[in-house]
Design a protein around this ligand. Structure first.
Ligand code: TRP
Ligand code: SF4
Length: 421
């Protein structure tokens, strides 16, 4: 029987989120290699990754196959962007000793799971994903009536499920894809049910907790199953929760064996909505490559300065002596991100009374952006000058990712009856 409890991410099962170090929750996210990253990515995504890598087991990957679904006619471009993307991540402080960084196509297990999942994925589910029609409309110049493009969100589901990720940090636009992933996982678990040898595997897992814990686990389990002792169940769950040295799969088995619910082969992930730090663009719209209003993370300082100096301001300030309204000015949006209260008061006062000029007003913003980008540029340059280091980080990341992916695939193959020979 499948219970809703089984779909709760492991990290939430025993109560509070795991403390630093025990890292029971697994985070996975990816980005398509379609261009150099800019401040919008830094504030919206990467700062969050840098924080997450301290608290969770993290897998971050370059979704090159996903890029190919729309950019299949630009292969050189993808190749360049793959390495640029990794350098940008490293430059921002994503740390390969804390998180696994890798390139999707170097972990072919994603593709096998994609294929296997395709067997149980109704076409209608894919056709109904909102990005399918939206992107086709948006990218009219491209022929996106392809099999690969329709399967885009299913490939994403495979990316997530192959690691049994519990949480997927994404922006609003990707929530529908995580939702589809949950539906696919549910359908898979329903269809293929318990893994064969579940009991043996659960017993093996209990054994791995050590003699004392094993005994305690067995007696608590008995108390719950024979006498319906709820407290024994809670205590046993906490015991499982506190095990440091067992795999996620074993943990799931131990939970499932406790309450008799069996095991979930592919756990449902949760979307972890990235806190909406909306980085304004140079023109006041959201910062985005398609609007041409970005500051790239590795822009030269002189370019950064020029871009901000030439930013549009409140159109009411034609002359230096005309007062303005910060709320009508894109520069004010930057002050909201970068300036302290004193500076903001100075802007409000100076702008509305024409006490300061727009160039004066932009100076602290220029300083703050340059300060923020300086260490990023410096680290970025170090990695740019050492492409071998980046390659070996990606190779090691792929090795580690493959080993996790293989574990899942083994269970999936067995569940689907492909474990002969
Ligand atoms: N589709 C995502 C995007 O465009 C990239 C992506 C691919 C992804 N696979 C993923 C994100 C898995 C999270 C998890 O941004
Ligand atoms: Fe914008 Fe500052 Fe000029 Fe006011 S003074 S219009 S806030 S740049």
């Amino acid at each position: 029987m499948v219970t809703s409890e089984m779909f709760t991410p492991t990290s939430q099962r025993g109560g509070q989120l795991s403390s630093l170090g025990s890292r029971q929750s697994r985070v996975l996210s990816g980005m398509r290699p379609t261009g150099k990253l800019h401040l919008g990515h830094y504030h919206g995504v990467l700062k969050n990754w840098v924080k997450l890598q301290q608290e969770h087991e993290c897998f971050f990957f370059v979704a090159d196959w996903h890029a190919l679904t729309t950019h299949y006619d630009e292969r050189e471009v993808i190749a360049d962007h793959v390495w640029d993307l990794l350098v940008d991540w490293l430059a921002c402080g994503v740390n390969p000793s804390l998180a696994r960084l890798f390139i999707q196509s170097r972990v072919p297990e994603h593709a096998e799971l994609h294929l296997l999942l395709s067997m149980i994925t109704p076409l209608g589910w894919l056709e109904r994903v909102p990005t399918y029609k939206d992107q086709q409309d948006k990218l009219r110049e491209k022929d996106l009536a392809t099999y690969g493009f329709l399967g885009y969100p299913l490939l994403q589901s495979a990316d997530i499920l192959i690691y049994r990720a519990t949480a997927v940090p994404v922006g609003e636009d990707q929530v529908a894809h995580v939702e589809l992933t949950r539906e696919i996982a549910r359908r898979f678990n329903h269809q293929f049910g318990r893994e064969p040898n579940f009991e043996d595997k659960a017993k093996e897992a209990a054994h791995k907790m050590g003699k004392k814990n094993h005994k305690l686990y067995d007696s608590l389990r008995r108390k719950y199953q024979e006498q319906g002792d709820q407290e024994a169940l809670e205590v046993a769950r906490a015991l499982v929760q506190n095990q440091q040295n067992i795999t996620l799969a074993d943990r799931e088995r131990l939970y499932g064996y406790l309450d008799g619910s069996g095991v979930v082969i592919l756990p449902e992930p949760q979307a972890m909505l990235t806190p909406a730090a909306k980085m304004p663009g140079l023109d006041g719209q959201k910062m985005s490559k398609s609007y041409g209003n970005t500051i790239a993370l590795r822009d030269e300082p002189a370019d950064v300065e020029r871009k901000i100096r030439t930013m549009p301001t409140d159109p009411a300030r034609v002359r230096r002596t005309d007062p303005g309204t910060p709320e009508k000015c894109p520069v004010w949006e930057f002050h909201k991100v970068y300036s302290d209260q004193d500076t903001r008061d100075w802007v409000q006062q100076g702008c509305t009374t024409a006490g300061i000029g727009c160039l004066d007003c932009k100076k602290p913003v220029i300083g703050a952006v340059l300060d923020e980008l300086e260490p990023i540029r410096r680290r970025g340059r170090e990695f740019e000058e050492d492409p071998e280091a980046v390659r070996s980080i990606a190779a090691e990341g792929a090795e580690a990712a493959r080993s996790a992916a293989r574990d899942t695939l083994e269970d999936v193959r067995r569940a689907m009856g492909l474990d002969y020979g």
